[in-house]
Design a binder for this molecule. Structure first.
Ligand code: TXA
Ligand code: MG
Length: 347
């Protein structure tokens, strides 16, 4: 299949009426799949109302179909069409964080979206993205869009249109290129079906920010401990993994360097994932600074691109520094730990 590519400048006015958006929206109305930028990562969108369209998403990604998708909307009216009720806590969170990187899991209305979107669950995950291109595309299509991250299943999520093209060219109808995404990690998935909301996936909106709006917020035990069965089906898969095995190291530069030397002595090419503060302190085959330790948002923003750059560099093993797990650090360590298959060495 030919994959069309359109470039859209997100800073322009009236993006909805752009020919690129109109063309992409008309493909969505024909039940085709189109990738688009959001403020978190690129999404792979298709009509949430059509079994045929949603099946194409799973096929293009090579994604197991027991893993449900997030429905992306551009108006609150669409939310009312999809869910049975909006609990008071959810109302307050919506007022504060939408549009933005927060996905709410709510009780779905019968037959409001394709059963393939919700993978047989009684609930549905919904979010209103804040990226102008995403909002324009949803409005122009007039459809709620089911959209997972636009990567091949198991690869790091795409933060540039190039990442999408590398994974999915020939498999989808089009890619809207709106430049680099903002947060760089996916949205926070919050289950709002119980009295105390529970974080199923840490992401762009932090636990601290949520608690400031609605008091105590729980965290799914599977996020905190290996081996627990997660409530969010997607969290059980090995995700975000670079090709070379990655190990997180809790330790000083000298200790990490000693691990690098050991592997190099075995004849292996070694990569180090570090930050701007320490990038000059290592000797290895590939050293990549993933943002600054002083600004964890910059680490989140670069993480997936850096994991993909290690893939391209041809190293055999990667050692990564560890990060504090407060604020956005919780999402960073969640993704990094998954990328490492839970391999962590402590000095
Ligand atoms: O930032 C994001 O959320 C991006 C952009 C494109 O919006 N999307 C994204 O989608 O990360 P995806 O499909 O890669 O991840 C969706 C996560 C999965 O872990 C899935 O299992 C979970 O949300 N999920 C979806 N519906 C759910 C439901 N009804 N109950 C619990 N978890 C659900
Ligand atoms: Mg994903």
């Amino acid at each position: 299949m030919e994959t069309k590519q359109w470039v859209v400048d997100k800073h322009q006015q009236n993006i909805e009426s752009y020919p690129q958006i109109i063309e992409a929206a008309s493909l969505l109305q024909k039940n085709e799949v189109v990738a688009f930028p959001t403020e978190t990562v690129y999404g792979l969108g298709a009509s949430a109302l059509s079994d045929e369209a949603v099946a194409k998403i799973y096929e293009a990604k090579g994604r197991p179909s027991d893993n449900p998708l997030i429905v992306h909307i551009s108006t609150i009216g669409q939310l009312h069409n999809i869910v049975q009720e909006i609990p008071e806590q959810a109302e307050r969170l919506i007022a504060k964080f939408w549009p933005g990187p927060l996905t709410l899991v709510l009780k779905r209305k019968e037959d409001a979206v394709s059963k393939k979107v919700t993978a047989g669950l009684e609930t549905v995950a919904v979010r209103m993205p804040s990226h102008p291109v995403a909002l324009a595309l949803i409005s122009a299509s007039g459809l709620p869009l089911a959209a997972p991250s636009a990567n091949t299943s198991g690869k790091p999520s795409p933060t540039l249109a190039k990442h999408v093209a590398d994974d999915l060219t020939g498999k989808i109808a089009g890619i809207l290129d709106g430049g680099a995404t903002g947060v760089g990690l996916e949205s926070t998935v919050l289950d709002c079906t119980s009295e105390v909301p529970v974080i199923l996936r840490p992401g762009g909106v932090t636990k601290e920010q949520l608690e400031a709006v609605c008091g105590v917020v729980g965290v799914d035990r599977a996020i905190l401990r290996e081996g627990e069965a997660p409530k969010s089906p997607g969290m059980k898969y090995k995700h975000y993994a670079p090709t070379a095995p990655l190990t997180i190291v809790n330790g000083q530069v000298e200790f990490i360097q000693s691990l690098v030397n050991e592997k190099q002595n075995e004849g292996l090419k070694v990569g180090v994932l570090t930050t701007t503060e320490r990038e000059d302190k290592y000797k290895a085959d590939k050293i990549i600074a993933c943002g600054s330790r002083e600004d964890l948002e910059s680490v989140a923003n670069r993480l997936y691109d850096v994991l993909r750059l290690f893939d391209e560099s041809g190293v055999d093993v990667i050692f990564s520094e560890s990060f504090p797990s407060e604020g956005i650090g919780q999402a960073i360590m969640n993704r990094l730990t998954k990328a490492a298959g839970h391999k962590i060495i402590t000095e």
